[in-house]
Design a protein around this ligand. Structure first.
Ligand SMILES: [Zn+2]
Length: 458
């Protein structure tokens, strides 16, 4: 076997000679273009401008050596078992993070099956597109963080590879199709590992916080860029975040999922992650801001979870009411808010609601605020009592979901002037969740598999 390979592969020296020649040529060019006393910056910029020529030549040389036999292949077997003769050599220009080169690969065609293929493309795992998967992986990560125009600019500056904003956008949307709910959420094994990490050194079962919230995303109806589109609309992005409270209140992220979606879709998503949680391994704390639909969804999937009204939302609401009634920055407002929050802390919700009913509103705005707060607190009876929750090591609220919303949704979707087609906005959210959940690599692997082996017909 080894002997047979040695016969077809050119000796190692060929590659080395080629690489050394390329290096010599490159060094000559650097010296010619930077003068006698270049600064470090000048040298670095010159390297940056020319490194892809050198690296591209090396990469090409390596492939030519490693796949010498495949580049010469003149016979192949079709999937139907027929022996095929090579039809021709097809040129493919290949762009990588390490430069560009052209490969002339053997092409085979089976008349009986009506199928044509390049065996080498499958061996190399080539993308049918010009920019290969190494570039597609990076542009998707960049596009998930930056607006595409800015992404194009920064990507070219940092890599020397010109990938257009359009390419970034298209690739991200295509990867977004592979970013399914099942794959964006970590699997049961991975969730188990994170729970084990949270349990280390703890004397109680770790708390798994399940937090749910809505945020708003600017969307626009479909329509070409040139045709007049309808007006944009703010749609609700619904999402959840699960995280563990480890020893010393350390937060260990488990899973995030955010989509422009309705209650039923969010419930389905929460059901998928709920099925991956080992119930006997954690104590479940359900945290939300008060909207009743969220509690319905929680109860469906975590009937044994502890329901907690997010303290920060609750406090915000109380302070707004205090300001409406007693004025901005007054001592009265501060005292009333503190007294109200203390009662909630002590689980005296009944007394708080009773007090609100007895209050004499000073203005119509105050009347409205008082009414809204009593409606908000009504029905939250078992969800406050923060002192007791704290004693049991449960959280009083979730800064977590707020920051997840900001991190996943706002920073990328809410850029000035950006309006999203719902499908594209959701693809972006799924990619961002995958990056945040640590599942992007498996999503990208699915994306590559979905592209299949390039098999162009003649
Ligand atoms: Zn065939």
């Amino acid at each position: 076997m080894g002997a047979a390979l040695a016969l077809v592969a050119p000796p190692q020296e060929d590659l080395r000679t080629m690489a050394h020649d390329a290096l010599d040529k490159w060094l000559d060019q650097i010296q010619a273009e930077t003068g006698t006393t270049p600064t470090l910056l000048e040298l670095s910029e010159q390297f940056m401008a020319t490194r892809l020529q050198l690296l591209g030549a090396c990469l090409e040389g390596l492939i030519r050596q490693q796949y010498a036999a495949d580049l010469e292949q003149d016979e192949a077997e079709c999937r139907c078992g027929r022996r095929l003769r090579r039809r021709r050599l097809d040129a493919k220009e290949i762009s990588t993070l390490h430069g560009r080169f052209t490969l002339h690969r053997p092409y085979f065609y089976c008349d009986a099956c009506g199928v044509g293929f390049h065996p080498l493309d499958a061996k190399l795992g080539l993308s049918p597109r010009h920019h290969q998967y190494d570039i597609q992986d990076r542009t998707t990560r960049v596009g998930a963080e930056l607006p595409y125009g800015l992404g194009e600019e920064q990507f070219a500056r940092l890599t020397g590879v010109p990938a257009s904003a359009h390419f970034m956008h298209e690739t991200l949307n295509a990867v977004g199709e592979a970013a399914t709910l099942e794959r964006v959420l970590p699997d049961a094994n991975e969730i188990g590992r994170r729970i084990d990490a949270a349990r280390e050194g703890a004397h109680r079962r770790p708390v798994l916080v399940v937090a749910c919230d809505g945020a708003h995303a600017p969307t626009r109806p479909p329509g070409g860029r040139k045709t007049k589109r309808g007006a944009g609309a703010w749609r609700e992005v619904k999402g959840f975040r699960l995280y563990l409270l480890g020893p010393d209140a350390r937060v260990i992220h488990v899973a995030s999922w955010h989509q422009i979606a309705d209650k039923a879709e969010l419930s389905t998503a929460l059901g998928v992650v709920a099925a991956r949680i080992p119930r006997d391994g954690v104590r479940i704390a359900l945290v939300a801001d008060g909207a009743e639909w969220i509690w319905d969804v929680f109860r469906e999937h975590f009937p044994d979870g502890e329901e907690i009204l997010d303290y920060y939302h609750c406090a915000e609401h109380v302070c707004e009411t205090a300001r409406a009634q007693y004025g901005e920055d007054t001592l009265e407002a501060q005292e009333w808010a503190e007294a109200t929050l203390t009662r909630l802390y002590l689980n005296q919700l009944g007394a708080v609601v009773g007090g609100l009913l007895r209050m004499r509103p000073r203005t119509p705005a105050a009347e409205e605020a008082i009414r809204a707060l009593s409606i908000y607190l009504e029905g939250q009876r078992e969800r406050v009592g923060y002192r007791e929750l704290r004693r049991r090591g449960l959280p009083c609220g979730s800064g977590g979901i707020e920051s997840a919303n900001k991190l996943i949704c706002h920073v990328r979707l809410k850029r000035s002037g950006a309006w999203w087609l719902e499908a594209n906005g959701n693809a972006m959210l799924r990619i961002r969740c995958a990056l945040y959940n640590g599942t992007f690599e498996q999503v990208f692997a699915d994306y590559m598999a979905s592209r299949g082996t390039p098999n162009p017909s003649p």
